[in-house]
Design a protein around this ligand. Structure first.
Ligand code: FE2
Length: 378
């Protein structure tokens, strides 16, 4: 072996290559009871724009899917048009929920081979989809519950979304609320299952555990949980994993597991560059948020240090602030977006902080407990 080759081999040994390079979240697909109405909700309330449609009119016989987009956020709302199939069964069991967390890759065939060879269970073998706008390769693996990851290779595609979809240009459209991209997606898993899924993300997908919260960090009188944050190599994709912990009464994660009837996506954090403007607009359009007591703002700058924002609008809207070594963040959590107390959204603006708002857990979970109590689930 030449010296140069030996040096190259040594460098490879010292810096393991990312076997699953991800370019970010490609889209999130929800299975819902009524996709036509759900699409309208995400447009009118959250400020998404109509992008594409697939259904009987485009030759898809079993479902209808509406694709909506806002900046780098793409949601697909899919509903079955018959009973007795996988989509209908998913909704019957889980209610409306997240089926697909799709990740953008350079090579979907390689992503499938890398992950399935490391123990990932295949959901979709690499599949080529073609139309006159080009081609897409997609593949996928199962993750927690009935949730799946699809790997999307779209470098050779110029259409609105994917083959099978056509442009969707309804008369109704709306202004963006300033939501930009997916910051992180949180999964709720069963009792004592967090470490199993941490291992899955480490071994099968090459993620690292970047933060851990135990039940001392995350417990109020009642609502205990544990959480580990998993991140891919470049940090574009972050999946915190929660499991319930024993408390005096029912954990919020346990309530989720009961009503979702299993493991699944708990919340999706959407980034904005102007949280006051975004949240004000979302509230005006009917999105409901958790409310912390006004006393939260009494010593705010003593707790989190100087911030650039005025406190008054933060207090008015109930926006929370937390700081870590690298900066601070502003965040706020919606109420569940459906009648089952399951999926909700977080709105987040990062000002240097790379963490998840640990300093807000207590105030926040007490707010969640008030909601749980109102539902009779505490
Ligand atoms: Fe979050």
């Amino acid at each position: 072996m030449s010296t140069a080759m030996a040096e190259k081999l040594q460098i490879q040994l010292e810096t393991p290559t990312d076997f699953l390079p991800l370019q970010g979240t490609d889209y999130i697909e929800f299975y819902v009871g009524n996709a036509k109405q759900a699409a309208h909700y995400y447009m009118s309330a959250f400020g998404f724009s109509a992008l594409a449609y697939a259904g009987p009119e485009t030759g898809i016989r079993d479902r209808a899917s509406y694709v909506v987009r806002q900046n780098k956020l793409t949601f697909v709302l899919t509903t079955p048009i018959h009973a007795g199939n996988e989509i209908a069964d998913h909704i019957y069991k889980h209610g409306d929920g997240v089926k697909v967390l799709a990740l953008r890759v350079e090579d979907a065939t390689d992503a499938w081979m890398q992950t399935t060879s490391r123990g990932g269970k295949s959901y979709m073998e690499p599949t080529l989809l073609k139309d006159e706008e080009g081609e897409i390769v997609m593949s996928g693996i199962h993750t927690y519950g009935d949730t799946v990851h699809l790997f999307i290779e779209r470098k050779n595609y110029n259409g609105p979304f994917m083959p099978g979809y056509r442009n969707w240009e309804p008369a109704f459209n709306t202004q963006s609320t300033g939501l930009l991209y997916v910051d992180h997606c949180v999964g709720n898993v069963g009792w004592n299952c967090m470490n199993k899924w941490v291992k899955f993300y480490e071994e099968v997908m090459g993620f690292r555990n970047i933060l851990t919260f135990d039940d001392n960090d995350i417990s109020t009188e009642y609502s205990a949980l544990m959480s580990k944050v998993m991140s891919n190599g470049n940090g574009y994709v972050k999946f915190p994993i929660n499991e319930p912990a024993e408390g005096k009464k029912k954990s919020q994660v346990e309530e989720y597991l009961e009503f979702y009837d299993g493991e699944g996506v708990q919340h999706i954090a959407l980034a904005t560059n102007d949280i006051v403007k975004t949240v004000r607009e979302l509230m005006k359009r009917g999105v409901e948020f958790l409310k912390v007591p006004d006393t939260y703002y009494n010593d705010l700058e003593n707790r989190v240090g100087r911030i650039e924002e005025d406190i008054a609008p933060l207090k008015e809207l109930g926006i929370l602030v937390d700081r870590d070594d690298e900066g601070y963040l502003l965040q706020l959590f919606s109420k569940p977006i459906e009648d089952r107390p399951t999926v909700f959204f977080e709105i987040i603006q990062r000002k240097g902080a790379k963490s998840f708002g640990k300093g807000n857990f207590k105030a926040l979970f007490e707010a969640i407990e008030r909601e749980q109590e109102a539902r009779g689930n505490l």
